[in-house]
Design a protein around this ligand. Structure first.
Ligand code: NAD
Length: 447
């Protein structure tokens, strides 16, 4: 099958490379000439485990190529995916669909024969209708079916998620698209991955409902963590205690500094706006957005409180900048708000991240960057763990304490056992953890 992927960012590049690996002939198109030049030169513009090898293998096999030119690949395509960005529109929080609509207008004149155009970008309900209208306006004779196929991959585990998805959702209004999409995902169909065909609007909404639900789950446990701190309970054990209930499940119950990243913040906001416009406000998601927004900055205040109420003129080390481990993505990362709050409080922040520093530098002009956790910690009064990279899980705590000027360790991801940190001479602050050691372990017999 001949496939064009418009947009070669996180989703487009991973999806394009995986579809090529399924045996399809894929051209990844991007209007960013610099990005395409790097891809053609064998350089992967993002950090995603396994992606370099996957791209290299499929380019070498002649199944995957890159281009800035849309016309020729679209002329030959059976399927054209739109995987461009849909950021929050400045000012009102609606999804900015200008890139999606531009891609539709650009490809329309080149459509030849029956083609399925698929929105893989996360787009609000009704976007597929508008894409179809644009295609017909620019090419009234086009034989085209517009489908929705939202992407659920997670950065950091993107290839695994694409190749072994929990489900594939495909929204269609034209039955001719169904066998074409079945063919696109044939290897996954043979693997028994559930493929859910729905109407186009339903498919569009499934993506937002899924992200909003996950964001709500995180926000719920974050608020429970705050309560734990006030009443002497331990959120880790509360999360385990409720997560063992199959109806709840243990995932997305890790208390932390608030969700960030390229999807949850903008998608929750966009869903709120869609619901408002439809006259059915979605209060739980509104509350989630509001709680999460205030939480990130509150984490900065938490660090300042752990330092005795002031960080003015003092050095604070921050470990982890990306919004989660195994990515270099800094979009809406909680670290940005935490560091801003610390710098507003007069601290000099020195940060280290295994992969995110290049992307972080322009966003954090007042921050220093170190080459290792130990260099970041040198002469700092406090050490703050913001992102739970594996590399931070087994630090030499004695060595860290030895190079620091103070003894404060704030673990915003609860990756350390408080006793281990205290034994190394630190004063430990976690998220939602009881100050007193808990005597009783929850029984694991229920497992
Ligand atoms: P991105 O910003 O990394 O990539 C988008 C790419 O599209 C850019 O390289 C840009 O140059 C290109 N582009 C924009 N307009 C174009 C045009 N007209 N022609 C060709 N190229 C064009 O974005 P992303 O993170 O890959 O996200 C893409 C979509 O997928 C968004 O809707 C997002 O919400 C959704 N999504 C993202 C993730 C994720 O983890 N990043 C997961 C699921 C869904």
């Amino acid at each position: 099958m001949r496939i064009v992927m418009i947009g070669s960012g996180y989703v487009g590049l991973v999806s394009g490379a995986c579809l090529a690996d399924f045996g399809h002939q894929v051209v990844c198109v991007d209007k960013d000439a610099g990005k395409v030049a790097r891809l053609k030169g064998g350089e992967i513009p993002i950090y995603e485990p396994g992606l370099d090898e996957l791209v290299e293998r499929n380019v070498a096999a002649g199944r995957l190529s890159f281009s800035t030119e849309l016309a020729e690949p679209v002329e030959q395509a059976d399927v054209v995916f739109i995987a461009v960005g849909t950021p929050a529109r400045r000012g009102d929080g609606h999804a900015d669909l200008s890139y999606v609509y531009a891609a539709a207008a650009e490809m329309a004149p080149s459509l030849r024969g029956f083609t399925v155009v698929v929105t893989k970008s996360t787009v609000p309900v009704g976007t597929g209708d508008e894409v179809e209208r644009i295609l017909r306006e620019h090419n009234p004779d086009a034989e085209v079916a517009v489908a929705s196929n939202p992407e659920f991959l997670r950065e950091g585990a993107a290839i695994q998620d694409f190749k072994r998805p929990d489900r594939i959702v495909i929204g269609i209004e034209d039955d001719r698209a169904r066998p074409v999409m079945e063919e696109v995902y044939r290897p996954l169909y043979l693997n028994h991955s559930p493929i859910l065909f729905t109407g186009r609007r339903t498919s569009e909404l499934i993506k937002y409902a899924a992200n909003a639900f996950l964001a709500m789950k995180i926000t719920f446990i974050n608020e429970v963590a705050d309560l734990c701190e006030q009443v002497g309970a331990d959120v880790q054990q509360v999360a385990r205690g409720i997560g063992l209930d199959n109806r709840i499940g243990s995932k997305f119950l890790h208390a932390g500094p608030g969700y960030g990243g390229s999807c949850f913040p903008k998608d929750t906001l966009a869903l709120v706006k869609t619901a408002e416009d439809a006259g059915t406000p979605i209060r739980l998601v509104e509350a989630t957005v509001a709680v999460n927004d205030t939480r990130k900055r509150a984490m900065g205040r938490k660090v300042i409180a752990a330092c005795g109420g002031s960080v003015r003129g003092r050095k604070v080390a921050v470990l982890g900048l990306t919004f989660k481990p195994n990515t270099d993505d800094m979009r809406d990362a909680p670290s940005l708000a935490v560091i801003q709050a610390l710098e507003d409080g007069g601290a000099q922040v020195c940060a280290f991240d295994p992969e995110g520093m290049a992307a972080a530098r322009p966003l954090l002009p007042g921050t220093e960057f170190a080459n290792s956790p130990y260099e970041a910690a040198k002469d700092a009064v406090a050490l703050v763990i913001v992102t739970e990279w594996d590399a931070f899980r087994a630090l030499d705590l004695q060595k860290l304490r030895g190079v620091m000027a103070g003894d404060v360790l704030v673990d915003l991801r609860n990756i350390y056992r408080p006793e281990a940190v205290t034994a190394a001479g630190f004063t430990y602050t976690g998220i939602g953890r009881a100050v007193q050691p808990i005597a009783e372990e929850l029984s694991v017999a229920a497992e």
